[in-house]
Design a protein around this ligand. Sequence first.
Ligand SMILES: [Zn+2]
Length: 461
Amino acid sequence: MTRQTAIEHISTYFDEGRFQADLADLVAYETESQNPEQAPELERYLIQAMSPRLTGLGFETHLHDNPAPGAGPILVAQRHEGDDLPTVLIYGHGDVIRAQTDQWRDGLSPFRLTEEGDRLYGRGTADNKGQHLINLAGLEAVLKIRGKLGFNCKVVIETGEETGSPGLHVFFEQHRDELRADVLIASDGPRLQPETPTMFMGSRGGTSFDLVVDLREGAHHSGNWGGLLADPAMILAQALSTITDKRGQIRIPEWRPDSLTDEIRTALRDLPIESSDGPAIDLDWGEKSLTPTERAYGWNSFAILAMKSGVPEAPVNAISAHARATCQLRFVVGTDPDDVLPALRRHLDAHGFQTVQIEQHDRGFFPATRLNPDHPWVSFVAASLERTAGKAPHVLPNLAGSLPNDAFADILGLPTIWIPHSYRSCSQHAPNEHVLKPVCRDALQLMAGVFWDIGAGGSPG
Ligand SMILES: [Zn+2]
């Protein structure tokens, strides 16, 4: 009954093809949350795929309706071993994005797991079925070898993550007691590099909005009216040009975070930012005094996602009446989220752009979260991963992208630790989604190790 036995046990689970078979079962559920016709699949996934697995591990399971009308159900499972033991909350999402069936390469099909070389293809392999399966298998291995976990465990599987987790925050507020725990340990997203374990402890926030210049009814002939009518596209372009300088450095003081401490800089110092699997990054873009890693994980970035005036597909000789730009600010902790748009309003007014209106998007807001890299749970989990992998993990204070992590950090008040099991070229949210077999095998070992170590006592909880 040793840590090593648990790791060998889970390696065999992979080597005998049982992980692949289990993943194939999960992938076969067509759990597209963006497709209302597949709503019954969401419930079926929780009742038929998740509940029996968790019951088999000695969990009590409860299927809850989502407090948001029309949104998919939420499964909560608990295994209680002792009042004095720490409690770990595990989270995953059973829904996937649209299948995009006709765009997958020949020989692949989104809801059929296909093994090819080092890859396992299928919708949800990376996002998120493969990831929560790995974590449940980690629990299974510890239970099998130790006979108990050595800690209390709660599992939440939602089915609406790909539509912005509707109802999840309200659900957590309603079930705060039931979900009480000492730490969140969950998995989603990619590792920084496939061969090195990664941990992140929060995510950047984001807010999306349109800037609109709406001057009059309809377009007017540019020969007759050019020089007489104000041009909304020009006004919008000038207004946008005051938000950043020509290399994208943010000029609105309230949009510049005050949280890039020496401690965060030290944590980010050795992390890789470039990888072979994406476009080359522009070293002369973004905040000049920062490293590229600090720009992505320790700073805010402003983007113009789309812009339009007139009819670009069929331009005519006319002064347009309207111009619109869809914009986004990604921000880290250390930016007042409630002041992002008011600060923009003050800035535009101060530059004489009263005609530029700000339209906030209904569902375009995510708060930022972060746990300091010196938090005891971070050190504990990092040490466990290092022990199993034989090398230190990459530790990120927060992800550059966004997750509903505030539901755990702010509503449940938990330290949040994410251990991603995918890699950056996994094509999540695109055709040909896949995971790498060596990363899955490695991740299974890591999670068996983490759960073994928590149950061995000495964890911060
Ligand atoms: Zn996703």
